[in-house]
Ligand binder design. Sequence first.
Ligand SMILES: Cc1ncc(COP(=O)(O)O)c(C=O)c1O
Length: 437
Amino acid sequence: MKSYVWHPNTQMTEWDSFDKITKAKGMWLIDSKGNKMIDAVASMWCNVWGHSNPQLVKAITNQSKKLQHSSMFNITNEPAEKLADNLVKISHGMHKVFFSDNGSSAMEISIKMALQYWKNIGEKRTEIATLENGYHGDTFGAMAVGYVPEFFGKFKKQLFKTIQFPVPNKYRLPKEYTFSDYQNECLEKIEKKFSKNKNIAAFVMESGAQVAGGVIIYPKEFQKKISQLCKKYDVLLVLDEIATGFGRLGSMTQHEEQKSTPDIVAYGKMLTGGYLTMAATLANKKVYDSFSGEFNDWKHLFHGHTYTGNPLAASVANENIKMYHKNKLIKKIQKTSKIFEKYYKEISEIDIVGDIRHKGMLMGIELVTDKKKKIPIHPKKSINKIFYEEGKKNGIYLRTLGNIVMLVPPLAISEKELDLLLKCTIKTILSARSQVI
Ligand SMILES: Cc1ncc(COP(=O)(O)O)c(C=O)c1O
Protein backbone atom coordinates (compact mmCIF):
# COMPACT_ATOMS: atom_id res chain seq x y z
CA MET A 1 0.00 0.00 0.00
CA LYS A 2 1.31 3.46 -0.88
CA SER A 3 2.21 5.48 2.22
CA TYR A 4 1.41 9.17 2.51
CA VAL A 5 3.33 9.60 5.76
CA TRP A 6 6.21 12.10 5.86
CA HIS A 7 8.64 10.91 8.57
CA PRO A 8 10.46 13.19 11.03
CA ASN A 9 14.10 14.17 10.43
CA THR A 10 14.26 11.74 7.55
CA GLN A 11 15.60 11.94 4.00
CA MET A 12 12.61 10.14 2.56
CA THR A 13 14.40 9.10 -0.65
CA GLU A 14 16.68 6.81 1.38
CA TRP A 15 13.76 4.63 2.48
CA ASP A 16 11.71 2.40 0.16
CA SER A 17 9.39 1.60 3.02
CA PHE A 18 9.26 1.62 6.79
CA ASP A 19 8.79 -1.39 9.07
CA LYS A 20 5.34 -1.30 10.56
CA ILE A 21 5.18 -1.79 14.33
CA THR A 22 1.94 -3.59 15.05
CA LYS A 23 2.42 -4.59 18.69
CA ALA A 24 4.70 -3.89 21.60
CA LYS A 25 5.09 -5.64 24.92
CA GLY A 26 7.49 -4.78 27.71
CA MET A 27 10.79 -3.70 26.20
CA TRP A 28 9.99 -5.25 22.81
CA LEU A 29 8.60 -3.75 19.61
CA ILE A 30 7.08 -6.27 17.19
CA ASP A 31 6.60 -5.53 13.50
CA SER A 32 4.00 -6.79 11.04
CA LYS A 33 6.31 -9.64 9.99
CA GLY A 34 6.75 -10.78 13.59
CA ASN A 35 10.32 -9.43 14.00
CA LYS A 36 11.14 -8.38 17.55
CA MET A 37 13.42 -5.50 18.54
CA ILE A 38 14.35 -4.18 21.99
CA ASP A 39 13.26 -0.55 22.19
CA ALA A 40 16.74 0.91 22.80
CA VAL A 41 15.50 4.50 22.53
CA ALA A 42 12.37 4.14 24.70
CA SER A 43 10.29 5.27 21.71
CA MET A 44 12.12 8.61 21.56
CA TRP A 45 13.23 8.67 25.17
CA CYS A 46 9.81 8.65 26.78
CA ASN A 47 8.93 5.08 27.71
CA VAL A 48 9.34 4.21 31.37
CA TRP A 49 7.71 0.85 32.20
CA GLY A 50 7.82 -0.82 28.82
CA HIS A 51 4.90 -1.17 26.44
CA SER A 52 1.36 -2.41 27.14
CA ASN A 53 1.72 -2.00 30.89
CA PRO A 54 -1.67 -3.13 32.27
CA GLN A 55 -1.75 -0.55 35.07
CA LEU A 56 -1.13 2.37 32.75
CA VAL A 57 -3.51 1.05 30.11
CA LYS A 58 -6.16 0.67 32.80
CA ALA A 59 -5.65 4.27 33.97
CA ILE A 60 -6.36 5.45 30.43
CA THR A 61 -9.39 3.21 29.85
CA ASN A 62 -10.93 4.04 33.23
CA GLN A 63 -10.52 7.77 32.65
CA SER A 64 -11.84 7.51 29.08
CA LYS A 65 -15.13 6.17 30.44
CA LYS A 66 -15.51 9.30 32.60
CA LEU A 67 -14.06 12.21 30.65
CA GLN A 68 -11.77 11.99 27.63
CA HIS A 69 -11.14 15.70 27.18
CA SER A 70 -12.39 18.99 28.45
CA SER A 71 -10.51 22.23 28.39
CA MET A 72 -8.67 24.27 31.00
CA PHE A 73 -10.30 27.44 29.69
CA ASN A 74 -12.70 28.60 32.46
CA ILE A 75 -12.96 25.06 33.86
CA THR A 76 -10.68 22.39 35.26
CA ASN A 77 -10.60 18.62 35.72
CA GLU A 78 -9.67 16.28 38.54
CA PRO A 79 -6.71 14.41 36.92
CA ALA A 80 -5.00 17.68 35.90
CA GLU A 81 -5.48 19.14 39.38
CA LYS A 82 -4.00 16.02 40.93
CA LEU A 83 -1.11 16.00 38.50
CA ALA A 84 -0.27 19.65 39.23
CA ASP A 85 -0.21 18.75 42.92
CA ASN A 86 2.07 15.75 42.22
CA LEU A 87 4.43 17.85 40.12
CA VAL A 88 4.74 20.67 42.63
CA LYS A 89 5.54 18.06 45.30
CA ILE A 90 8.45 16.63 43.35
CA SER A 91 9.77 19.99 42.10
CA HIS A 92 11.69 21.90 44.70
CA GLY A 93 10.56 25.53 45.02
CA MET A 94 7.88 25.41 42.31
CA HIS A 95 4.47 26.97 42.76
CA LYS A 96 2.20 26.59 39.68
CA VAL A 97 1.95 24.24 36.72
CA PHE A 98 1.02 25.17 33.14
CA PHE A 99 0.14 22.18 30.95
CA SER A 100 0.88 21.65 27.28
CA ASP A 101 1.10 18.59 25.06
CA ASN A 102 4.72 18.31 23.93
CA GLY A 103 8.18 19.35 25.06
CA SER A 104 8.73 22.04 22.44
CA SER A 105 5.55 23.79 23.55
CA ALA A 106 6.56 23.49 27.19
CA MET A 107 9.77 25.32 26.28
CA GLU A 108 7.93 27.99 24.28
CA ILE A 109 5.84 28.58 27.39
CA SER A 110 8.97 28.75 29.57
CA ILE A 111 10.45 31.41 27.29
CA LYS A 112 7.22 33.43 27.24
CA MET A 113 6.91 33.25 31.03
CA ALA A 114 10.49 34.40 31.48
CA LEU A 115 10.24 37.31 29.05
CA GLN A 116 6.85 38.45 30.28
CA TYR A 117 8.02 38.30 33.91
CA TRP A 118 10.31 41.28 33.26
CA LYS A 119 7.57 43.18 31.43
CA ASN A 120 5.18 42.48 34.28
CA ILE A 121 7.51 43.93 36.88
CA GLY A 122 8.28 46.89 34.63
CA GLU A 123 11.93 46.17 33.88
CA LYS A 124 13.50 46.04 30.47
CA ARG A 125 15.25 42.72 30.09
CA THR A 126 14.74 41.06 26.74
CA GLU A 127 17.69 38.82 25.89
CA ILE A 128 18.06 35.10 26.49
CA ALA A 129 21.31 33.37 27.32
CA THR A 130 21.87 29.70 26.51
CA LEU A 131 24.54 27.05 26.17
CA GLU A 132 25.99 26.18 22.77
CA ASN A 133 24.80 22.86 21.48
CA GLY A 134 21.60 22.81 23.55
CA TYR A 135 18.37 21.39 22.18
CA HIS A 136 14.89 22.38 23.33
CA GLY A 137 12.60 21.31 20.50
CA ASP A 138 11.71 22.10 16.89
CA THR A 139 9.33 25.09 17.15
CA PHE A 140 10.68 28.59 16.49
CA GLY A 141 11.27 29.76 20.06
CA ALA A 142 12.72 26.39 21.00
CA MET A 143 14.98 26.44 17.92
CA ALA A 144 16.22 29.92 18.85
CA VAL A 145 17.24 28.91 22.38
CA GLY A 146 18.54 25.49 21.37
CA TYR A 147 20.28 26.41 18.19
CA VAL A 148 21.92 23.40 16.51
CA PRO A 149 23.46 24.75 13.26
CA GLU A 150 23.02 21.52 11.25
CA PHE A 151 19.35 21.25 12.18
CA PHE A 152 18.23 24.86 12.16
CA GLY A 153 20.64 26.76 9.89
CA LYS A 154 17.94 27.14 7.24
CA PHE A 155 15.80 29.22 9.60
CA LYS A 156 18.56 31.28 11.17
CA LYS A 157 17.25 34.59 9.83
CA GLN A 158 13.84 34.06 11.37
CA LEU A 159 15.14 33.04 14.81
CA PHE A 160 15.61 35.59 17.60
CA LYS A 161 19.21 36.04 18.69
CA THR A 162 20.48 34.51 21.90
CA ILE A 163 23.73 34.85 23.79
CA GLN A 164 25.49 31.50 23.72
CA PHE A 165 28.14 30.18 26.06
CA PRO A 166 30.39 27.16 25.53
CA VAL A 167 29.86 23.87 27.39
CA PRO A 168 32.75 21.85 28.78
CA ASN A 169 32.97 18.61 26.82
CA LYS A 170 35.87 16.55 28.19
CA TYR A 171 36.30 14.62 24.94
CA ARG A 172 36.56 17.69 22.75
CA LEU A 173 38.41 20.24 24.82
CA PRO A 174 40.03 23.20 23.08
CA LYS A 175 43.81 22.79 22.84
CA GLU A 176 45.93 23.71 25.86
CA TYR A 177 43.15 23.46 28.39
CA THR A 178 42.69 21.01 31.23
CA PHE A 179 39.10 20.00 31.84
CA SER A 180 38.97 21.95 35.06
CA ASP A 181 40.50 25.10 33.52
CA TYR A 182 38.00 24.96 30.71
CA GLN A 183 35.06 24.64 33.09
CA ASN A 184 36.28 27.74 34.90
CA GLU A 185 36.71 29.54 31.60
CA CYS A 186 33.11 28.72 30.58
CA LEU A 187 31.78 29.97 33.92
CA GLU A 188 33.95 33.10 33.81
CA LYS A 189 32.56 33.94 30.37
CA ILE A 190 29.04 33.75 31.77
CA GLU A 191 29.89 35.90 34.79
CA LYS A 192 31.65 38.49 32.66
CA LYS A 193 28.64 38.81 30.39
CA PHE A 194 26.14 38.88 33.26
CA SER A 195 28.07 41.61 35.02
CA LYS A 196 28.15 43.83 31.92
CA ASN A 197 24.83 43.11 30.24
CA LYS A 198 21.82 44.01 32.36
CA ASN A 199 19.43 43.11 29.57
CA ILE A 200 19.58 39.33 30.10
CA ALA A 201 16.14 38.06 31.08
CA ALA A 202 16.87 34.36 31.47
CA PHE A 203 19.41 31.59 31.15
CA VAL A 204 17.88 28.57 29.42
CA MET A 205 19.64 25.21 29.63
CA GLU A 206 19.01 21.49 29.69
CA SER A 207 19.21 20.20 33.23
CA GLY A 208 21.98 17.70 34.04
CA ALA A 209 23.13 17.00 30.49
CA GLN A 210 22.66 17.98 26.88
CA VAL A 211 21.08 14.98 25.24
CA ALA A 212 20.32 15.71 21.57
CA GLY A 213 23.49 17.82 21.38
CA GLY A 214 25.55 14.66 21.80
CA VAL A 215 25.15 13.38 25.39
CA ILE A 216 27.29 16.04 27.06
CA ILE A 217 27.02 15.32 30.77
CA TYR A 218 27.84 18.44 32.76
CA PRO A 219 30.74 18.16 35.16
CA LYS A 220 29.86 18.24 38.87
CA GLU A 221 28.98 21.73 40.13
CA PHE A 222 28.74 23.26 36.62
CA GLN A 223 24.96 23.67 36.70
CA LYS A 224 25.03 24.65 40.39
CA LYS A 225 27.51 27.42 39.63
CA ILE A 226 25.41 28.71 36.74
CA SER A 227 22.41 28.80 39.05
CA GLN A 228 24.46 30.76 41.59
CA LEU A 229 25.46 33.26 38.89
CA CYS A 230 21.81 33.60 37.87
CA LYS A 231 20.89 34.42 41.49
CA LYS A 232 23.80 36.84 41.87
CA TYR A 233 22.92 38.80 38.73
CA ASP A 234 19.15 38.44 38.97
CA VAL A 235 18.78 36.40 35.78
CA LEU A 236 15.93 33.87 35.70
CA LEU A 237 17.07 30.25 35.46
CA VAL A 238 14.99 28.13 33.09
CA LEU A 239 15.75 24.41 33.25
CA ASP A 240 14.67 21.97 30.60
CA GLU A 241 14.17 18.56 32.24
CA ILE A 242 12.14 17.16 29.35
CA ALA A 243 14.73 14.52 28.48
CA THR A 244 16.70 14.35 31.72
CA GLY A 245 14.12 14.62 34.52
CA PHE A 246 11.92 11.79 35.80
CA GLY A 247 14.82 9.42 36.34
CA ARG A 248 16.65 9.37 33.03
CA LEU A 249 19.91 10.41 34.70
CA GLY A 250 19.23 8.45 37.88
CA SER A 251 17.38 11.10 39.94
CA MET A 252 13.76 12.17 39.96
CA THR A 253 14.73 15.73 39.10
CA GLN A 254 18.07 16.98 37.94
CA HIS A 255 17.64 20.43 39.46
CA GLU A 256 17.58 18.81 42.89
CA GLU A 257 20.59 16.58 42.18
CA GLN A 258 22.52 19.53 40.74
CA LYS A 259 21.51 21.81 43.63
CA SER A 260 20.22 24.41 41.24
CA THR A 261 16.73 25.62 42.04
CA PRO A 262 15.20 27.01 38.85
CA ASP A 263 12.67 29.81 38.44
CA ILE A 264 10.98 27.84 35.68
CA VAL A 265 11.29 24.13 34.87
CA ALA A 266 9.80 22.02 32.08
CA TYR A 267 8.96 18.29 31.96
CA GLY A 268 7.69 16.14 29.09
CA LYS A 269 8.59 12.79 27.53
CA MET A 270 8.47 10.43 30.57
CA LEU A 271 5.74 12.37 32.36
CA THR A 272 3.04 9.96 31.16
CA GLY A 273 5.35 6.95 31.12
CA GLY A 274 5.42 7.35 27.34
CA TYR A 275 1.71 6.53 26.95
CA LEU A 276 0.10 9.83 25.99
CA THR A 277 1.38 13.20 24.95
CA MET A 278 1.73 15.78 27.71
CA ALA A 279 4.25 18.30 29.01
CA ALA A 280 4.32 20.78 31.85
CA THR A 281 5.99 24.08 32.65
CA LEU A 282 6.33 24.94 36.33
CA ALA A 283 7.05 28.39 37.70
CA ASN A 284 8.10 29.52 41.16
CA LYS A 285 6.07 32.00 43.22
CA LYS A 286 8.22 34.96 42.21
CA VAL A 287 7.52 34.40 38.51
CA TYR A 288 3.88 33.45 39.02
CA ASP A 289 3.10 36.44 41.25
CA SER A 290 4.36 38.86 38.60
CA PHE A 291 1.42 37.76 36.43
CA SER A 292 -1.15 38.86 39.04
CA GLY A 293 -3.02 42.14 38.75
CA GLU A 294 -6.30 43.65 37.58
CA PHE A 295 -7.73 42.12 34.40
CA ASN A 296 -7.07 45.32 32.48
CA ASP A 297 -3.42 45.32 33.49
CA TRP A 298 -3.06 42.56 30.83
CA LYS A 299 -0.46 40.81 32.93
CA HIS A 300 -1.88 37.34 32.52
CA LEU A 301 -0.14 34.69 30.46
CA PHE A 302 -1.30 34.72 26.86
CA HIS A 303 -0.91 31.09 26.03
CA GLY A 304 -3.18 28.08 25.75
CA HIS A 305 -3.40 24.87 23.73
CA THR A 306 -6.49 22.88 22.80
CA TYR A 307 -5.29 19.82 24.68
CA THR A 308 -3.82 21.61 27.70
CA GLY A 309 -4.45 19.56 30.85
CA ASN A 310 -5.97 16.67 28.93
CA PRO A 311 -7.56 14.36 31.55
CA LEU A 312 -6.55 11.11 29.82
CA ALA A 313 -2.89 12.15 29.70
CA ALA A 314 -3.06 13.55 33.22
CA SER A 315 -4.56 10.38 34.66
CA VAL A 316 -1.91 8.16 33.09
CA ALA A 317 0.76 10.61 34.32
CA ASN A 318 -0.64 10.35 37.86
CA GLU A 319 -0.58 6.55 37.67
CA ASN A 320 2.95 6.71 36.31
CA ILE A 321 4.12 8.88 39.24
CA LYS A 322 2.37 6.55 41.68
CA MET A 323 4.30 3.64 40.17
CA TYR A 324 7.62 5.52 40.49
CA HIS A 325 7.03 5.77 44.25
CA LYS A 326 5.55 2.30 44.74
CA ASN A 327 8.29 0.50 42.80
CA LYS A 328 11.13 2.72 44.08
CA LEU A 329 12.05 3.24 40.45
CA ILE A 330 14.84 5.75 41.02
CA LYS A 331 16.72 3.30 43.27
CA LYS A 332 16.14 0.55 40.71
CA ILE A 333 17.54 2.72 37.90
CA GLN A 334 20.65 3.46 39.95
CA LYS A 335 21.23 -0.27 40.39
CA THR A 336 20.31 -1.44 36.88
CA SER A 337 22.36 1.26 35.19
CA LYS A 338 25.55 -0.30 36.60
CA ILE A 339 25.19 -2.86 33.79
CA PHE A 340 26.34 -0.12 31.39
CA GLU A 341 29.64 0.12 33.30
CA LYS A 342 30.29 -3.59 32.79
CA TYR A 343 30.62 -2.93 29.06
CA TYR A 344 32.71 0.29 29.09
CA LYS A 345 35.94 -1.53 28.33
CA GLU A 346 34.60 -3.77 25.60
CA ILE A 347 32.87 -0.88 23.83
CA SER A 348 35.77 1.54 24.11
CA GLU A 349 38.14 -1.04 22.61
CA ILE A 350 36.25 -1.04 19.30
CA ASP A 351 38.45 0.85 16.85
CA ILE A 352 35.72 3.29 15.72
CA VAL A 353 34.61 4.21 19.24
CA GLY A 354 36.10 7.55 20.26
CA ASP A 355 34.27 8.13 23.52
CA ILE A 356 31.49 6.74 25.68
CA ARG A 357 29.43 8.99 27.91
CA HIS A 358 27.02 7.53 30.40
CA LYS A 359 24.81 8.55 33.27
CA GLY A 360 21.80 6.68 34.62
CA MET A 361 19.79 5.25 31.75
CA LEU A 362 21.54 7.27 29.06
CA MET A 363 24.60 6.31 27.08
CA GLY A 364 26.12 8.00 24.04
CA ILE A 365 28.77 6.16 22.04
CA GLU A 366 30.68 8.58 19.84
CA LEU A 367 32.01 7.04 16.63
CA VAL A 368 35.14 8.33 14.89
CA THR A 369 37.21 7.31 11.90
CA ASP A 370 40.44 7.81 13.83
CA LYS A 371 40.69 7.55 17.61
CA LYS A 372 43.65 9.94 17.83
CA LYS A 373 42.37 12.63 15.50
CA LYS A 374 38.79 12.21 16.77
CA ILE A 375 37.31 12.74 13.30
CA PRO A 376 33.58 11.95 13.43
CA ILE A 377 32.48 9.16 11.08
CA HIS A 378 30.80 10.64 8.01
CA PRO A 379 29.52 7.98 5.59
CA LYS A 380 27.57 8.99 2.46
CA LYS A 381 24.38 7.28 3.61
CA SER A 382 22.75 8.44 6.82
CA ILE A 383 24.42 6.92 9.88
CA ASN A 384 21.00 6.55 11.40
CA LYS A 385 19.76 4.34 8.56
CA ILE A 386 22.83 2.13 8.66
CA PHE A 387 22.45 1.62 12.40
CA TYR A 388 18.71 1.11 12.19
CA GLU A 389 19.20 -1.69 9.67
CA GLU A 390 22.11 -3.33 11.46
CA GLY A 391 20.36 -2.92 14.80
CA LYS A 392 17.27 -4.63 13.46
CA LYS A 393 19.35 -7.62 12.35
CA ASN A 394 20.66 -7.81 15.92
CA GLY A 395 17.23 -7.42 17.51
CA ILE A 396 17.39 -3.78 18.67
CA TYR A 397 15.62 -0.59 17.62
CA LEU A 398 18.23 2.16 17.40
CA ARG A 399 18.22 5.77 16.37
CA THR A 400 21.55 7.57 16.22
CA LEU A 401 22.17 11.29 16.57
CA GLY A 402 24.88 12.38 14.16
CA ASN A 403 27.89 10.19 14.87
CA ILE A 404 26.55 9.12 18.25
CA VAL A 405 24.83 5.82 18.98
CA MET A 406 22.20 6.62 21.60
CA LEU A 407 21.14 4.11 24.22
CA VAL A 408 18.11 5.49 26.01
CA PRO A 409 16.10 2.43 27.08
CA PRO A 410 12.82 2.34 29.01
CA LEU A 411 13.74 3.21 32.60
CA ALA A 412 12.36 0.04 34.17
CA ILE A 413 14.34 -2.27 31.89
CA SER A 414 15.61 -5.32 33.79
CA GLU A 415 19.30 -6.03 34.29
CA LYS A 416 19.00 -9.06 32.03
CA GLU A 417 17.39 -7.09 29.20
CA LEU A 418 19.88 -4.24 29.53
CA ASP A 419 22.70 -6.76 29.38
CA LEU A 420 21.23 -8.17 26.20
CA LEU A 421 20.77 -4.68 24.78
CA LEU A 422 24.44 -3.86 25.35
CA LYS A 423 25.60 -7.12 23.81
CA CYS A 424 23.42 -6.46 20.75
CA THR A 425 24.72 -2.87 20.53
CA ILE A 426 28.32 -4.10 20.42
CA LYS A 427 27.41 -6.59 17.67
CA THR A 428 25.65 -3.79 15.78
CA ILE A 429 28.61 -1.40 15.94
CA LEU A 430 30.90 -4.18 14.72
CA SER A 431 28.61 -5.18 11.88
CA ALA A 432 27.99 -1.55 10.83
CA ARG A 433 31.69 -0.71 10.99
CA SER A 434 32.57 -1.44 7.37
CA GLN A 435 29.74 0.80 6.14
CA VAL A 436 30.69 3.87 8.17
CA ILE A 437 34.45 4.23 7.68
C1 LIG B 1 15.81 18.54 26.19
C2 LIG B 1 14.63 18.55 25.26
N1 LIG B 1 13.77 19.57 25.29
C3 LIG B 1 12.69 19.61 24.49
C4 LIG B 1 12.44 18.60 23.59
C5 LIG B 1 11.26 18.68 22.68
O1 LIG B 1 10.27 17.79 23.06
P1 LIG B 1 9.16 17.30 22.01
O2 LIG B 1 9.85 16.44 21.03
O3 LIG B 1 8.16 16.59 22.86
O4 LIG B 1 8.60 18.54 21.39
C6 LIG B 1 13.32 17.52 23.52
C7 LIG B 1 13.09 16.43 22.56
O5 LIG B 1 13.90 15.61 22.30
C8 LIG B 1 14.45 17.49 24.36
O6 LIG B 1 15.35 16.50 24.31
